[in-house]
Design a protein. Structure first.
Length: 368
């Protein structure tokens, strides 16, 4: 048992160091430094390992959000050095019972509505009317791409957040939307301009549904919205602002059919509720990392079987890191540096990679 505990603490420390290097580096200086320091703090890692069950409850994102949710100290811009880490560490240990309670009662459910900017170009190409079924739907904000406004700008350096809308930006969407999602768009030389065209219209959506283990309702539950804001990384106030604006944009919309449960088990029953004359689109973004590898394969098989057995078929849109979709060929992007490519998601339509996208919908780079 002692050996298992030591191994668990060491694995947890490695998980924090890996998070700092692979996920936070170049995206959030505060989280990059904080998780690197936690990964080098054996005493704190032993506390985490002894208090939290192995698996999703030991996610770095979940701990950091729990401290933020309780108004604990955090560096908004970072890096801040050893004294700032000491204050964060001392506060977290002193309030550990409260922090642990939040971790055990919540889950990582970042619902980034800006991802609709990278989903919309594919949705607009599909034969409508559409029925959107999102797995890992969280608060369901990505089920309303027709409630937002978009500005697509040409970009030779995908992945970087864009400036304010320039005159050449292609703008479309709901004219009265309180939020506009900006997306930088580029393409490989081998991709024809017609295949990389930005959408000319919003899709017609006649049904919306989702599956999540613990769905949130930020429209009627202020604490749910506060938790979602706690999950937004420090140093990105614009993300928190557009999250709140997106909630306002969907406030008057009819509620989607959200089911609580496992995405593999609940998928067939929810899909059976889709109107027969609508094109079913199953989609998800950054969901598969939270599933064990075998469960990812089961999910992929379930989606393929569901669409193959549905009269008229349907479509599957996935937006995931390439490391969790081994059934997809890795897309090549010659003009992107390897380090830059590692931080992008692979956008795929019906088991075929079509683009690399920014994790928050800030960029779209079409690939051959």
């Amino acid at each position: 048992m002692v050996v298992d505990f030591v191994n668990n603490a060491q694995a947890l420390a490695a998980r924090y160091r890996d998070f700092s290097w692979r996920e936070a580096r170049g995206r959030c200086a505060a989280h990059e430094e904080l998780t690197a320091r936690i990964g080098q703090d054996p005493e704190l890692c032993e506390l985490l390992a002894a208090s939290l069950p192995v698996g999703n409850k030991q996610q770095p994102n979940l701990l950091l959000a729990a401290v933020r949710h309780l108004d604990g100290p955090h560096a908004e811009q970072g890096p801040r050095g050893e004294p700032a880490y000491g204050r964060w560490r001392e506060w977290t240990i002193r309030h550990w019972d409260e922090v642990r309670a939040v971790v055990m009662s919540r889950s990582t459910q970042t619902n980034e509505p800006g991802r609709c900017a990278t989903l919309l170009p594919l949705l607009a190409r599909l034969r409508g009317p559409l029925a959107l079924l999102e797995v890992g739907t969280s608060a369901g904000l990505c089920l309303h791409p027709d409630r937002y406004r978009y500005a697509y700008e040409p970009d030779a350096a995908p992945g970087a957040p864009g400036p304010d809308t320039s005159p050449e930006a292609h703008v479309l969407g709901a004219p009265d939307s309180p939020v506009t999602f900006r997306c930088r768009v580029g393409r490989e030389d081998r991709v024809a301009a017609a295949d990389a065209a930005t959408p000319a219209r919003l899709p017609e959506i006649v049904w919306r549904g989702g599956i999540d283990l613990t769905p949130l309702d930020p429209v009627d539950d202020p604490e749910a919205l506060r938790w979602l804001r706690s999950l937004v990384w420090p140093g990105t106030p614009e993300r928190a602002q557009r999250l709140t604006a997106a909630v306002d944009a969907v406030r008057a919309a009819p509620r989607p059919e959200i089911v609580r449960g496992d995405l593999v088990e609940e998928l067939p029953a929810l899909a059976a509720r889709v109107p027969a004359d609508a094109t079913l689109v199953v989609f998800h973004t950054s969901v598969l990392p939270y599933l064990p590898p075998a469960h990812r394969e089961r999910f992929a098989d379930r989606v393929r079987a569901l669409l193959a057995g549905r009269p008229g078929g349907g479509h599957w849109i996935s937006q995931e890191h390439h490391s969790v979709t081994p059934w997809l060929p890795a897309p090549a992007a010659g003009r992107l540096t390897p380090g830059h490519r590692e931080q992008l998601l692979t956008l795929a339509l019906d088991d075929r990679p079509v683009a690399l996208t920014g994790a928050h919908g800030q960029s779209l780079h079409w690939v051959a």
